[in-house]
Design a protein around this ligand. Structure first.
Ligand code: SF4
Length: 404
């Protein structure tokens, strides 16, 4: 459900870094976050390229494998305090809750849960009844992330979603009375979408008062049905200019209502950022379980990234033992990641850090001045922040700041 996309802020608006991160003061360094990939969906939405299967016949075998992988990772969990757990997918809400409760019991015996741990759960509106949500809350889930995508029937049909507009609204409203934080995902730039439809989506979301809103611009991923339909001319998507103006509309609607723009695609009321996602953008450690799940671990000597294989059958055959890759990051890779990720969130990038490692040498200041002259970056207290306009060029800016 989580899409990587390219979005922008309104020109002239800047990150309220202090605001979000004072609220996030409890976001401890050296804590560990966990991600569990639940690779099952009822059907594949036409724009989605995540790793998943649309049959449930391996559900039981998957959870047995997940338990074996968890036991295998006990050494990496030992002595660690876990601050956030994120059940993503796929569609976690498709899975009977007892499987997840059993996994939570297993993992809680292998590490320490922070007192205020966030346990987040991605769900589709069509799966959630009040009773189910109350059971989830009783099982320890604190945050509900709803794959709403739209409240407009035409957009839901265009995206191939299975829920109705009223289901989305009813579930969001009910979830708000049950969980500490409720997040709503919205997508703009859908085939056939008008500005009026997008405004209607934003208003519908705001009326429901979720604590967190993610705004994605539809991206055309290779090998998806949507990509094929656009390539063959069956449907057209709004062009980049229209998408950018839709994003500007989102900023204009959300920020005045108190939603902090804390990451490229994410807005929250103070204190309601996604802990797991923010940890990954801040290069804090996380351990991923399940097929295709990524991990990032750090010791005093090294930083490593690895990912499980994107195959359910291979995962089930040898849980946690078949990796898609495992790499130790070089100093240069660490630096590059830090620059790209820091520019993505609203705490910005330390210019002294950038000065020590980049390849521009004395031309760094000139480059920053050039970007500032274009209105793409802003310097404040020794940190560099992208402006709204700058987000349109985030990768280009990061690349030039590193490599010249
Ligand atoms: S429900 Fe989410 S994960 Fe499943 S196919 Fe649709 S977008 Fe992808």
């Amino acid at each position: 459900m989580w899409q990587t996309i390219f979005i922008r802020r309104l020109p002239g608006t800047f990150f309220p870094a202090a605001e979000v991160f004072s609220q996030a003061a409890h976001f401890h360094q050296h804590m560990l976050s966990l991600y569990v990939h639940i690779p099952f969906c009822r059907s594949r939405c036409n724009y989605c390229d995540f790793f998943l299967v649309t049959r449930l016949d391996h559900l039981d075998a998957y959870f047995k494998a997940l338990s074996l992988e968890t036991a295998l990772r006990s050494g990496e969990l030992k002595g660690r305090t876990v601050n956030a757990i994120h059940f993503g997918g796929g569609t976690p809400s498709l899975v009977p809750l007892h499987y997840l409760v059993a996994w939570l019991e297993q993992i809680s015996a292998l590490c320490t849960f922070a007192d205020d741990i966030e346990i987040a759960f991605e769900a589709n509106p069509e799966d959630l009844e009040d009773r189910v949500m109350k059971d989830m809350r009783a099982a320890g889930i604190t945050r509900m992330s709803l794959g709403v995508q739209s409240f407009v029937p035409e957009k839901l049909a265009s995206l191939g979603r299975r829920h109705t507009s009223s289901q989305a609204a009813d579930v969001t409203s009910a979830a708000s009375g049950i969980f500490n934080s409720v997040s709503v995902d919205l997508i703009c730039g859908v085939p056939g979408e008008t500005a009026a439809m997008w405004v209607s989506d934003l208003h519908a979301a705001l009326e429901l008062l979720p604590q967190h809103i993610s705004v994605y611009m539809l991206s055309l991923e290779p090998k998806t049905l949507l990509h094929r339909n656009v390539s063959t001319g069956l449907v057209t998507v709004p062009d980049e200019g229209v998408q950018a103006s839709m994003y500007e509309l989102a900023l204009a609607k959300l920020e005045p209502q108190g939603y902090l723009h804390y990451e490229v695609s994410n807005f929250c009321l103070p204190g309601h950022h996604s802990r797991y996602n923010l940890a990954s953008w801040k290069r804090e450690e996380y351990l991923g379980f399940g097929p295709s799940a990524h991990s990032f671990l750090r010791s005093s000597a090294e930083e490593i990234r690895f990912a499980n294989v994107s195959s359910l059958l291979r995962y089930i055959a040898k849980p946690g033992k078949v990796l898609a890759f495992r790499e130790k990051l070089s100093d240069e890779e660490r630096f590059t990641e830090q620059v790209f990720l820091s520019l993505r969130i609203n705490s910005g990038l330390d210019v002294e850090f950038l000065r020590k490692e980049n390849k521009l040498g004395h031309r760094l200041s000139q480059t920053i001045d050039r970007f500032a002259g274009k209105g793409w970056v802003r310097l404040h207290d020794g940190r560099l922040y992208l402006t709204g306009k700058g987000f349109l060029f985030a990768d280009l800016i990061a690349g030039e700041l590193i490599f010249g």
